[in-house]
Design a protein around this ligand. Structure first.
Ligand SMILES: [Zn+2]
Length: 414
């Protein structure tokens, strides 16, 4: 267990925050610091074909140690951390034999990690937790995943008696800014399927996510002196307000859960002359997702029709861009890849928690790029902030799940 703690800490103490405003890949140069270290470690532990490309995508191979044909499987994690909260100068704290009470993260600033608010903590009574010092995020998302994949590969190399097929490892930059899969060379990776180790609580296994689209609506107004505006002025902000008020009031993030989709207004910027409204559309069902997009188009049409005479041209301009799709469509035809993960967990005494993701993962993009890719727990909680923590026991279990999946995939009766 100490080995896994040391490894994890050596990763999270390297700042790898990504930056959505950067056009380069990786989006920040500092991501190379950890990327280069991972390459060295992969080589040192005896992995084969260790490569890093000009965008810092890392791949490596653990060759098969059996004679018979076995599908090639992959394990994928990302080494960047979210720009939502600082990841510089992470000072992890280790809480041994957690007693179920409050954990003081930072005495001076009175920052407390409490089970009264974060009830999940109580699942880990008696375990070893790694927390922040209350001033940064931890980076268990997703350096826990990297730690687990590294540890599992090391274990398999040291235990050749465990039989497995060819295994590929992939580490990516920039997942947190939605670009982790963008430059991932699926063909070079060469796997029949893969798993992202990027979930949260122990047991999580996910193969359904949202279909997602981004919408930008521009409203064009007409500015006239307010004293002489009667019948002439068109205030684009009021048009935007009308538009928003027509969206279904109960279908918003704060009123939906499980498989319920939504419209979510994310930004408004306006003046009399022009107002833009940004919103996102999310739905697990492709049918409902398409309907939601149609609803926006219909609303646009209706408003344009109403104002056509006075303005002489369309005053509402709508652009809808698909962002990602539900990986379920791509995973269902090869459902054994979920079943193997489920079986691996059960054999290790872990209860699988299978639920739809209310978001997307790199795996959803990869699935549509030809690499079916469900998501498995990495063990951390409270991602993207100072309350992030990870139980070491969950990281150990995730490592065992990887080893077990490798073993099960190579079994002849699978
Ligand atoms: Zn992540």
């Amino acid at each position: 267990m100490q080995h896994i703690i040391d490894r994890f800490i050596s990763y999270v103490t390297i700042d790898t925050e990504s930056d959505p405003n950067s056009p380069t890949t990786p989006s920040t140069a500092k991501q190379w610091d950890l990327a280069n270290k991972l390459v060295e470690e992969l080589k040192a532990m005896g992995m084969q074909d260790v490569t890093i490309d000009e965008h810092a995508y890392i791949m490596a191979t653990l060759p098969s140690n059996v004679e018979h044909e076995v599908p090639t499987i992959g394990f994928v994690s990302h080494f960047d951390t979210t720009p939502d909260f600082t990841g510089a100068n992470v000072k992890p704290q280790i809480v041994e034999n957690y007693d179920g009470g409050d954990i003081i993260l930072n005495k001076e600033q009175n920052i407390v990690l409490s089970p009264n608010y974060f009830e999940d903590l109580l699942l880990y009574k008696g375990q070893t937790l790694i927390t922040t010092d209350g001033t940064t995020l931890l980076g268990a998302d997703d350096k826990a995943g990297i730690t687990e994949i590294m540890s599992a590969m090391e274990y398999l190399i040291q235990h050749p008696e465990i039989k497995h097929g060819k295994i590929r490892v992939g580490f990516t930059p920039d997942e947190e800014i939605g670009r982790g899969a963008h430059k991932f060379d699926v063909e070079k990776f060469g796997c029949d399927w893969a798993y992202t180790m990027d979930g949260s609580q122990i047991g999580e296994l996910e193969y359904e996510n949202f279909n997602a689209a981004g919408v930008k609506v521009t409203f064009k107004g007409k500015s006239v002196h307010p004293g002489y505006a009667k019948g002439k002025m068109i205030n684009s902000m009021l048009l935007a307000n009308q538009f928003i008020s027509k969206l279904p009031k109960k279908e918003v993030p704060q009123k939906t859960k499980d498989y319920e989709g939504f419209f979510h207004v994310t930004d408004i910027a306006g003046s009399i002359e022009e107002t833009t409204v940004s919103l996102i559309i999310r739905d697990h069902s492709m049918k409902k997702f398409t309907k939601r997009k149609e609803f926006i188009h219909k609303l646009t049409k209706k408003m344009n029709k109403k104002w056509a005479k006075q303005f002489g041209e369309d005053i509402v301009i709508t652009e809808i861009k698909d962002q990602y799709f539900n990986m379920k469509e791509k995973v269902k035809p090869v459902f054994h890849i979920v079943e193997i993960a489920e079986k691996a967990m059960k054999e290790l005494g872990i209860t699988p928690i299978i639920k739809p993701i209310r978001g997307g993962t790199d795996g959803s993009q990869l699935s549509y790029m030809g690499l079916p890719c469900p998501n498995i727990f990495a063990g951390g909680h409270n991602f993207h902030g100072k309350y992030e923590y990870v139980p070491v026991e969950s990281m150990v279990k995730a490592t065992e799940v990887i080893v077990k999946i490798a073993e099960l995939t190579a079994k002849k009766d699978q």
